[in-house]
Design a protein around this ligand. Structure first.
Ligand code: SF4
Length: 427
């Protein structure tokens, strides 16, 4: 089965000046990766670095702002830190052991741990000894005392963040305790072997020059890995929509050629925008899906049924209800953009509905989700799966149904097409 190795996310979280950035640098092996300064609040925003750690594989490491800055800016920083905790597979709570007074309270650290554990994330405790001249016995004594006060029963270690020789010990500690969960999922669940897979890539003014989009790129890579043969085709959408017979003939001739070949045509994956055309043009015995549906299944770790169920929301939507259209990236909107133009227009024209539509692009999502009756998400190809997963959790917590561009565009043109595009994913 063709699989893609995903990276784990590790976040450093703690109060200001406990040595999070120094530990981040220690783990990365790069002294100056994150800015380190004795002044409190140096880390203003989450800093991310990708690296390959022997024994852990590819990881994305997040250095976060201190959680105990009590100002308006501190509040904003804390929000980002909480996001990092919810996305990270592993949160390292950093505690300053040099400042080892017995009456310290650990309410904030407990809150961080509770937040991570609530989302089934893993937590480890790092005590930073800051090159202090404490004896081993003193260090051990305070580590035990603080562990008892924390009452979390989590693995912990004492480290000197400023000593580069501690890196090995640090990595070993993480490797032993971090239970890496496999996020592997088959992007295109076809068996390895013979066969053509037709990828329909219409291309428009928004298509970037010199490359194909990530979902198309991923599909090609997975198919080649399985010894299947990707065939890339560019449908002229304008001509196809104008019932241009030559365009239809061009597509059908290729289909016939592949279908009748000794290899056979196993699947067609199309850009969602062309679903209205391809659903009609493709004989029902040829499996058909869309890149967006493929990505929704992959990014949600096989939870495509959640997005199918989200379509039910259209049966109870009323004029004035709020819909959230979400994309995981910001891109130039040049023409008949799917998110901002096509979907709102189809909702209005095909369903006769006049909802209020908000848009959320890139990293951020609205704080108050409770005002929405439905969220429609893009394929999410530019996000990591942990971030995408956090979005799903937040929408579920708020009780908001979620669907996806590809499913919506299939359903709006032909409700029966939903079953068709999901069939390959056994939904
Ligand atoms: S993140 Fe979403 S909007 Fe951006 S390119 Fe990928 S699918 Fe399209």
């Amino acid at each position: 089965m063709a699989k893609r190795k995903e990276y784990s996310i590790i976040s450093f979280v703690g109060r200001v000046n406990v040595g999070k950035s120094s530990l981040f640098n220690l783990l990365s092996g790069q002294k100056d990766f994150a800015i380190v300064d004795a002044r409190p609040g140096t880390t203003a925003d989450t800093v991310a670095a990708r690296m390959e750690i022997h024994g852990l594989g590819p990881v994305k490491v997040l250095d976060t702002a201190g959680i105990d800055e009590y100002s308006k800016l501190g509040e904003k920083k804390r929000k980002k830190t909480y996001e990092a905790i919810e996305e990270a597979d592993l949160t390292l709570i950093v505690i300053d052991l040099a400042n080892n007074t017995k009456d310290r309270d650990f309410a904030l650290e407990k809150e961080v741990a509770a937040r991570a554990l609530k989302y089934n994330k893993q937590v480890l405790i790092i005590y930073n000894i800051f090159s202090t001249k404490k004896s081993l016995e003193q260090t051990k004594k305070f580590k035990n005392l603080f562990n008892k006060k924390l009452g979390l029963n989590l693995p912990s270690i004492c480290l000197d963040a400023l000593n580069s020789k501690e890196q090995k010990k640090f990595i070993k500690f993480i490797s032993i305790h971090f239970k890496k969960e496999s996020l592997d999922i088959d992007l295109i669940p076809l068996p390895q072997g013979k066969g053509y897979v037709l990828l329909n890539i219409p291309m428009d003014e928004e298509t970037p020059a010199l490359r194909i989009l990530r979902p198309q790129d991923m599909a090609v890579e997975r198919l080649l890995r399985k010894y299947l043969i990707p065939v890339l085709f560019r449908l002229d959408l304008k001509k196809a929509r104008a019932n241009d017979e030559t365009e239809k003939k061009r597509f059908l001739a290729l289909l016939k050629h592949l279908h009748n070949s000794s290899e056979g045509l196993k699947l067609i994956i199309t850009d969602s925008q062309a679903m209205d055309i391809l659903d009609h043009w493709t004989p029902s015995d040829i499996p058909l899906t869309t890149f967006s549906v493929m990505m929704a299944n992959y990014m949600s770790c096989g939870n495509l049924d959640l997005f199918v169920k989200g379509l039910e929301a259209f049966s109870f939507l009323r004029n004035g209800d709020k819909i959230l259209i979400m994309e995981s990236c910001n891109h130039n909107r040049k023409c008949d953009d799917i998110g901002t133009k096509q979907i709102p227009r189809l909702i209005k024209e095909k369903l006769g509905l006049k909802p209020k539509i908000d848009f959320s692009f890139g990293r951020v999502m609205p704080d108050d989700l409770s005002r929405y009756k439905l969220a429609i998400h893009c394929g999410g190809c530019m996000a990591d799966r942990q971030k995408y997963g956090r979005r799903i959790i937040k929408l579920k917590e708020a009780g908001i149904p979620i669907t996806n561009y590809g499913l919506f565009l299939s359903w709006i043109h032909n409700p029966k097409a939903v079953k068709r595009v999901c069939k390959i994913f056994r939904i």
